[in-house]
Design a protein around this ligand. Structure first.
Ligand SMILES: *Cc1c(COP(=O)(O)O)cnc(C)c1O
Length: 413
């Protein structure tokens, strides 16, 4: 956030954005005044803009924000304020949303399996020029529906499948062409492409910088096997963020491996390097405030769960930072213990094992803020069982993981 203020080249958008941020409330004040009985989703636009700016500044290429990670317009505006000008969209609705907010944005359609209508609409109506594919059938669809080729500026990017790696979420089981098929696709696409690229995704929340280095070595093999020129190398997303007990290497370590791996390919000057981060830009920028409706020993029944913003806390078992908010009454105990959370629906799968470390005297009526939820959080919520009411507020708090020191817990009293 200091970075937000120290930059000298202030655009009109930036100035307005910064001024707006200073006027935002803080979470504790909102809870004290509004005493929300529905989940309250809290967005931290300054944190998102700062994370985006860090990525744009540090990454040695173009940064495409992966919109699916959090398509909230306020999030997209914060990402834009942080300097991101390229967007990785995966559906016609995402394309239309980004275009409506940013007429100047470069939008790339990065889903390897698209409906024909979505391809047409993206090309004809929204000026999307780059499309990803991992099969000859998809290439044929793109060519037929755009009616375009190299002369019209069509960009084609072949998605390469990777061997299963160390990421928490493997994404190669569903998409990507095997190396020999990717080489054949590059050859097939070459005559139709004004820009030809090769992309991969190491999997989400990948903690190992060397995963990108290995993938880039495979990219080199595929390009050599294809024997055609390639103008874009797209290293995908997957950049990790901190969660309780998970301290990933600094982003710079990932950028260094990517830069070295890219250089080692020996591609001609002017070859573009792209990344498609989602989680790394927005995770710290979102939280949800839930209210405790019942306590049963070590179990807390709260008003949001796996059908709300907390699906990753369910079966995937991610752990998130938490803190108690009790605006009035006795100060919470200084002794912490682990709790399990149960969501509001009647499904017994609506359960988050944690353990979530909270003051041992948590009681009905208390609020709990759950942090690092900006990525794949509120955007996954459903209306199941009628529990779809929630509010979205913008706040000026810092990301919770930075703030989750025991001292802050005591302060929440
Ligand atoms: C989901 C996705 C991303 C973003 O992944 P993160 O792990 O959130 O960085 C990027 N590219 C593609 C193709 C994706 O499907």
């Amino acid at each position: 956030m200091t970075q937000l203020r120290s930059r000298t080249a202030v655009s009109p958008l930036r100035r307005r954005f910064d001024a707006d941020l200073r006027a935002l409330p803080v979470v504790d004040d909102l809870v004290a005044v509004e005493r929300p009985e529905e989940p309250m989703h809290c967005l931290r636009p300054a944190a998102i803009a700062a994370a985006a700016r860090d990525f744009v500044t540090g990454f040695p290429g173009d940064v495409l924000y992966a919109v699916k990670c959090n398509p909230e317009p306020a999030v997209l505006r914060a990402v834009w304020a942080g300097g991101v000008r390229h967007f990785d969209c995966a559906s016609a609705a995402e394309v239309a949303l980004v275009r409506s907010l940013f007429p100047e944005a470069a939008i790339h359609f990065m889903h390897p399996v698209k409906s024909r209508g979505a391809i047409r609409e993206a090309w004809q109506r929204h000026g999307v020029q780059d499309f990803v594919l991992d099969s000859a059938d998809e290439l044929a669809k793109i060519l037929a529906e755009t009616g375009a080729g190299a002369a019209e500026g069509l960009g084609l990017v072949v998605r390469l499948a990777l061997p299963k790696g160390e990421a928490v979420y493997d994404l190669s089981g569903k998409f990507g062409a095997a190396p020999e098929d990717a080489a054949a696709l590059l050859r097939a696409a070459r005559p139709h492409a004004a820009r030809l690229g090769l992309s991969f995704h190491v999997g989400s929340q990948c903690l190992d910088p060397l995963a990108w280095r290995r993938a880039l070595a495979l990219v080199g093999e595929v390009i050599r096997a294809a024997g055609v020129a390639v103008e874009i190398v797209d290293v995908g997303g997957g950049f990790p963020v901190a969660y309780p007990e998970v301290e990933p290497p600094a982003l710079g370590a990932f950028f260094a491996e990517i830069e070295a791996g890219f250089e080692a390919l020996g591609l001609p000057e002017g070859t573009r390097l792209w990344a498609e981060p989602g989680r790394a830009l927005v995770a710290g920028g979102g939280s949800v405030v839930v209210q405790v409706q019942l306590r049963r020993d070590g179990a807390l029944y709260v008003n949001d769960g796996v059908y709300g913003a907390l699906s990753d806390a369910g079966a995937p078992g991610f752990s998130f930072p938490v803190r108690l908010i009790r605006p009035e009454g006795p100060a919470p105990s200084g002794t912490l213990r682990g709790f399990e959370l149960f969501g509001p629906t009647c499904d017994s799968a609506d359960r988050m094992k944690g353990p979530f470390l909270l003051p041992e005297d948590v009681r009905e009526g208390d609020w709990i803020e759950i942090g690092q939820l900006g990525a794949y959080g509120a955007c996954l919520r459903t209306g199941f069982n009628g529990f779809d009411r929630a509010r979205l507020v913008e706040v000026r708090d810092r990301p919770m993981l930075e703030a989750a020191a025991p001292a802050d817990l005591a302060q929440a009293a």
